[in-house]
Design a protein around this ligand. Structure first.
Ligand SMILES: Cc1ncc(COP(=O)(O)O)c(C=O)c1O
Length: 427
């Protein structure tokens, strides 16, 4: 059995050889007394974003005022969509950027059900994000009362068997909607195989890419994807409440209708005609005025991902999670932790979930610096899951080493007992 010293050296040597190591300085200016393992929830701010936003606010907004719409802003959603399209393996005209993931999910789920007349089953799984399920419940309750929502159950709370999805699909399934990477366990579906299974039943598939985009390679066109949504504030580092995106495959764009007919989705919004005429391509999924400040803040995060290369990021993420697993097995499993994410890298995104029946108090102890240790920021998902988001752009192997060492100390010395069970609003 190796001691901690062995893993310190291993982490240091991995960091030394890491070809992406220099990206950390694009996010963290100086030595920090914090280890941030929550990039799967809210990514770090690229330093470039602060510089850019100062100029957007003081030049474009304060000085340019209304003229900035023509000079900088009107085409900004398309410019950002083109960059996202590269990350998503899609054409720029298939992407709309704006609104929240929930609102975009509503537009596409509603549009897909209208398009799939004669079929009245909707299929999802119980690893999906609650907002998506609420939206489906709302759509059924308000607009499609004959439809039925079927939720495929995971057997272990970590993964869903592909064959269980295959069994549940039938000729009546109008829509299958899944998270590509599950928010709790990081389980990842094989997108192309699921699309193929669904297409055999003429079922439309709507993917939620929120935990996948920027963490794993995505090839929407090559994998035959129909529809997708996702957020940009996690691994894309777009900032709190950053605009979300949606994707509609080219050949579906004249079949699916946006249920929200706002003026920015009109073909000629500045004609101010009183009759709605949808824009072509993905621009028809716009509704109101674009969120210019948050769209501007998103751009540096996308540029950094494109520069680093998603395949390189994924390779580093897999090495980092293997390192985390190795240390977890040795130091944490004997203390009551268990791994609640798939072990095989091809079935997993970039966060790792650890379960412990004292998960909440342990995560509080991690955040609170103790003696000479740094604050370590994970997040917590009920009832007992500590999520460790590995963001290879700015997390080092040493961060992971220090996190495991700290978890070991907290449980071995029962430091968590001095924290109470009170939960904060955002966990
Ligand atoms: C997988 C997933 N889907 C949907 C959402 C909801 O996103 P929004 O708040 O942008 O509507 C989230 C939020 O974290 C998420 O993780």
């Amino acid at each position: 059995m190796q001691e901690f010293q062995f893993f310190t050296e291993k982490a240091l040597s991995f960091d030394k050889l890491d070809p992406l190591a220099s990206f950390r300085s694009r996010f963290i200016a100086e030595k920090e007394e914090m280890i941030y393992l929550d990039g799967n929830s809210l990514g770090r701010m690229p330093l470039e974003t602060e510089i850019k936003m100062k100029s957007v606010i003081s030049q474009q907004w304060a000085k340019g005022l209304i003229s900035s719409w023509n000079d900088h802003w009107f085409d900004l959603p398309q410019k950002i969509a083109a960059k996202l399209a590269k990350i998503l393996g899609a054409h720029p005209d298939e992407i709309f950027v704006g609104d929240s993931t929930s609102v975009n999910f509503y537009k596409l789920a509603f549009g897909a059900l209208k398009m799939q007349q004669g079929k009245n089953n909707i299929l999802t799984d119980n690893l999906n994000f609650p907002s998506d399920i609420y939206l489906l419940q709302g759509i059924i309750s308000q607009s499609f009362p004959e439809h039925r929502l079927q939720i495929v159950q995971s057997k272990d709370g970590i993964a869903v068997e592909q064959e269980d999805i295959a069994h549940a699909l039938n000729e009546k399934t109008a829509l299958l909607t899944l998270s590509h990477v599950a928010f709790k366990s990081a389980f990842m579906y094989n997108m192309s195989e699921i699309n193929e299974l669904a297409h055999q039943k003429n079922t439309v598939v709507l993917w939620d890419l929120s935990h996948a985009v920027g963490s794993v390679p995505i090839r929407l066109n090559a994998d035959g994807a129909d529809l997708a949504v996702g957020c940009t504030y996690k691994y894309l580092n777009g900032g709190p409440g950053a605009p979300a995106f949606l994707y509609v495959r080219r050949d579906l764009q004249d079949k699916i209708v946006n249920p929200i007919w706002g003026w920015f989705g009109h073909r000629k919004p500045f004609d101010f005609s009183l009759d709605y005429l949808p824009a072509t391509q993905s621009s028809q999924f716009a509704a109101g005025t674009p969120h210019i400040l948050s769209l501007s803040a998103l751009e540096p995060g996308l540029d950094i991902i494109l520069e680093a290369g998603i395949n390189n990021l994924w390779e580093k993420s897999r090495m980092q999670s293997d390192f985390l697993f190795e240390m977890t097995k040795q130091f944490l499993e004997p203390l009551g932790f268990s791994i609640a994410s798939p072990i095989e890298a091809e079935h997993r995104g970039s966060h790792i979930s650890l379960r412990h029946n004292e998960g909440w108090r342990i995560s509080k102890a991690m955040i609170d610096p103790h003696q000479d240790t740094k604050s370590i920021i994970p997040d917590f998902r009920p009832p007992d899951v500590i999520r460790l988001g590995i963001a290879p752009l700015y997390n080092s192997f040493t961060d992971i080493y220090e996190c495991v060492k700290r978890l070991h100390e907290i449980v071995k010395h029962e430091y968590y007992l001095s924290y109470d069970q009170t939960k904060s609003i955002v966990t």
